[in-house]
Design a binder for this molecule. Structure first.
Ligand SMILES: [Zn+2]
Length: 196
């Protein structure tokens, strides 16, 4: 049977990893399934061997830099989860090919990650997964200015760097009204009033 692909996405602080962890823990402990959890070796902010959410849930995970590293583990797993899916690029396989092979082999796949960067530009791996998915969950955070549902990640000190690993020291969630990016980064002093 062809597997099911679920994509969980949204801005930072939307609870994506928590939602993924709930599904992992239920599959492992509730349904007794063999679950393989993958993250990229690039993102080791919290742990190399665990997936940890901000609210304290955790599960065993494997940090990889190439998909070939888990070729054997994948064969034994009934469900494969990929966290921070936006970072799964530049590897030995395209993430779409890797996931497509898993689905054809009857494995269920759940991915979670950022849909766009702080500039509002889509992350290619997430966009591919959302297009292929049977189910897409777009989670929202709360705007740090007004508390309304937030769809965007806002970078507090805007520069040209697309990906800076960090957390609330660098980023916060904003609704569309309060999410403003400075289009002309090279011009100092042109920062729009973020509360306008
Ligand atoms: Zn707002």
């Amino acid at each position: 049977m062809y597997g099911k692909l679920t994509a969980i996405c949204g801005p930072m602080f939307a609870g994506k990893t928590t939602e993924l962890l709930k599904r992992i823990l239920w599959a492992r402990n509730g349904e007794g399934k063999e679950v393989l959890v993958l993250k990229t070796a690039f993102d080791n902010r919290y742990s190399d061997t665990e997936l940890v959410s901000h609210d304290g849930l955790s599960a065993d995970a494997k940090a990889i830099s190439q998909f070939a590293e888990v070729a054997d583990l994948v064969r034994d797993a009934e469900m494969i989860c990929l966290d921070e899916i936006q970072f799964f690029s530049g590897m030995d396989l395209d993430v779409a090919d890797f996931v497509s092979d898993l689905l054809h082999a009857g494995r269920d796949v759940v991915v979670a990650g950022l849909d766009t960067n702080w500039k509002g530009e889509p992350f290619a791996p997430t966009a591919l997964m959302m297009a292929m998915a049977d189910e897409v969950l777009k989670l929202k955070a709360h705007c740090s200015i007004c508390g309304q549902p937030a769809q965007k990640t806002f970078k507090k000190h805007q520069d040209d760097q697309e990906i800076a690993l960090g957390h609330s020291d660098i980023y916060e969630a904003r609704c569309n009204r309060h999410w403003i990016i400075e289009k002309h980064l090279s011009k100092p002093g042109s920062t729009p009033d973020p509360t306008g």
